[in-house]
Design a protein around this ligand. Structure first.
Ligand code: KG4
Ligand code: ZN
Length: 448
């Protein structure tokens, strides 16, 4: 089996994947969302420090799973690019130390390829329905920075164990399943070859790209964002609205709730990026700024409305200086009403998704896309319900089969790195330890 390590951003994750059939045997991941939430984005130093603390703790749990016998490991796969240098290096250091001490080869994996291979993660049959149970011994080693109930929840390891594994080792599985009953079911594909050439939309916190995979070694970059990524624009809008990090899931939810609660209300209207531009590319910075301006203007309106009410109130009643002071302190924050926040979230998400859908349509109409019968959406932001819905309709219109990764493997995880690791192992694609290094961007040879 292969031990894989992912630390390209804010998720510390390890997985074990069987080489023979590429099945996922064990998966564990600790997210850092809570640690970065108050900053509205990833703080690289915090992320790096948390990886340094948590990766060894997770490794302990893997060792327990293996009964402290690491002899079954045939290679170590690790994300070496693209990502944050200070976090990638934590994973690579651990990978090198393990490869050296166990005398097994090292496999350097491109994180973006990992996202594509999240489509092909296969677990043992009954692991899918395993629900949370008793926490593993690892938990006692974790001391979350924030002790609020949510922080604790986010800091719990997410295990993926096969039924046999659970029996053997009495560690019960805990899974982080995002409810999304309307999303199409992921296709249970074990063999990536069967859906080549594959057209891919990769939407994450760092990337928005259309890729075309002709085979494992030939992935062509067809289009990408000129500025911010799709996921990043959600994070920034959420930051402006004080919704915490990551912004994608919360904006997705608020937009859905707005539509349900106000079926006849129109979302805030925002321009669709690059609407009249013919180039096949993406852009989100203009939309993000339009949303920021709308938020500022809505805050100003809320502020003046509040001031007028206060003025009327203080004129009609002899208010104490103390309470006036308290009121003005509250008004400084100029909080928007939940209705207004929902309207802005719904409008922003609508424009962002329409932009992507229009550009994917443009791609589908091109000669190069014609041969790809399968279309996949991958990356953390591929969990977006509106994007899934809209692209599912587009695929139906163009006769493409839509592939989606299981929700728990959309965001960063080591299982997808292990899946690519198996492919590279089969091809003998190893990197000598002294040559292995991290790079913040993909290598030119990664995409041809
Ligand atoms: O792939 P990922 O875990 O990390 C990177 O490789 O960047 O993606 C994380 C990104 C974050 O920007 C997060 O806000 C976004 O994915 N995201 C979403 C949703 N869920 C996560 N964006 C939009 N809608 C969602 N439901
Ligand atoms: Zn990612």
């Amino acid at each position: 089996m292969i031990l894989s390590i992912e630390s390209s951003c804010d998720d510390s994750s390890l997985a074990l994947t069987r080489i023979e059939d590429a099945r996922l045997l064990y998966h564990i991941k600790l997210s850092q969302d809570e640690a970065h939430s108050s900053y509205g984005g990833i703080v690289p130093e915090i992320a790096s420090r948390l990886h340094a603390k948590r990766l060894p703790e997770i490794l302990k749990s893997v060792k327990t799973f293996l009964n402290n016998d690491m002899s079954a490991l045939k290679a170590i796969a690790v994300t070496t690019r693209p990502g944050l240098s200070v976090t990638l290096i934590e994973g690579l250091m651990m990978a090198k130390a393990l490869a050296l001490s166990l005398s097994i080869p090292l496999i350097c994996v491109n994180h973006l390829k990992g996202h594509i291979y999240s489509l092909f993660i296969e677990r043992t049959k009954d692991s899918k329905d395993s629900k949370s149970g008793r926490e593993s011994s690892l938990d006692s080693h974790i001391s979350p920075r924030d002790t609020s109930p949510r922080a604790h929840q986010d800091s719990q390891p997410k295990h993926e164990l096969s039924a046999e594994s659970r029996q053997d080792l009495s560690i019960e599985s805990k899974r982080d399943v995002t409810p999304d009953s309307n999303a199409p079911l992921p296709s249970p594909l074990l063999n990536p070859e069967s859906c080549l050439p594959l057209a891919v939309l990769l939407v994450s916190g760092g990337h928005t790209q259309i890729l075309q995979m002709n085979d494992f070694c030939h992935i062509r970059l067809v289009a990408q964002s000129l500025d911010d990524s799709f996921g990043e624009s959600f994070d920034k809008v959420a930051k402006h609205l004080d919704l915490g990090y990551p912004g994608g899931p919360v904006i997705d939810r608020l937009a859905r709730e707005f539509a349900l609660a106000h079926p006849t209300a129109l979302p805030h209207s925002f321009p669709v990026p690059l609407l009249h531009k013919g180039e096949l590319c993406f852009s989100f910075s203009g939309l993000k700024n339009a949303v920021r301006l709308a938020i500022e203007s809505a805050r100003e309106s809320a502020e003046s409305a509040r001031e007028s009410t206060q003025k009327l109130h203080s004129e009609s009643t002899a208010k104490s200086t103390e309470s006036t002071h308290a009121d003005s302190k509250i008004s400084q924050k100029s909080a928007l009403s939940p209705y207004e926040v929902g309207r802005i979230c719904a409008g922003f998400q609508k424009s962002a998704c329409e932009h992507i859908t229009r550009k994917v349509r443009q791609y589908f109409m091109s000669e190069q896309a014609r041969e790809a019968r399968h279309f996949a959406i991958v990356g953390g932001a591929s969990a977006n319900s509106a994007l899934r819905e809209s692209l599912a309709c587009l695929c139906a219109e163009f006769g493409k089969t839509l592939l989606l990764a299981p929700l728990e493997f959309c965001a960063d995880n080591a299982a997808m790195i292990g899946r690519v690791g198996v492919e590279q192992y089969r091809r003998g694609d190893f990197t000598p330890l002294h040559e292995a290094q991290i790079t913040p961007k993909s290598l030119p040879s990664d995409f041809v």
